[in-house]
Design a protein. Structure first.
Length: 158
């Protein structure tokens, strides 16, 4: 597999909304997210508004999104959200960049920055049982399967 160029993560800005909306309305991307369907415009706007709110990170529900770029081109989004049991990490890669190792590089960047941002190393990820690629990516980075609920496997960072 060819190695991607350096992946940079930076805070998500309102100007990144169109890039995110393109992924959120693409059934290939949303296949393993929520109900598996492309998102409605109102859902996209609600999620973007929450991401831009900049709540205090010690409050359950606080979120931070990060735009992933390669050579100044948007390639994906990393999302993080404070939950009762840790900080949930998720990632979306634009389909034209699939198969290049972008997701792994994004998660590596997230593992370096999110614990510092939130002040905790308790990281979790929820993965659709059918998403074997995501499960493999996480386990390669030290996450362990800890439970299953409603068709989602919960992984915790060991």
């Amino acid at each position: 597999m060819p190695r991607p160029l350096s992946i940079e993560l930076r805070p998500f800005h309102a100007s990144d909304t169109a890039f995110f909306a393109g992924m959120a309305s693409d059934e290939r991307v949303t296949r393993f997210i929520g109900d598996g369907q492309p998102w409605e415009q109102q859902t996209i706007q609600d999620r973007v508004s929450a991401a831009l709110r900049q709540d205090l990170l010690d409050i359950v529900g606080a979120t931070r999104w990060y735009l992933a770029t390669e050579a100044n081109e948007s390639v994906g989004i990393v999302v993080s959200s404070r939950k009762d049991d840790g900080v949930e990490v998720g990632y979306w890669v634009s389909p034209e960049n699939w198969g290049r190792g972008i997701a792994g590089a994004m998660v590596d960047g997230a593992l370096a920055s999110i614990p510092k941002d939130y002040g905790t190393s308790q990281l979790i990820a929820r993965v659709d049982q059918a998403n074997a690629a995501s499960a493999k990516l996480l386990t390669r980075r030290g996450f362990q399967l800890s439970s299953n609920h409603d068709g989602l496997n919960l992984y915790t960072l060991a």
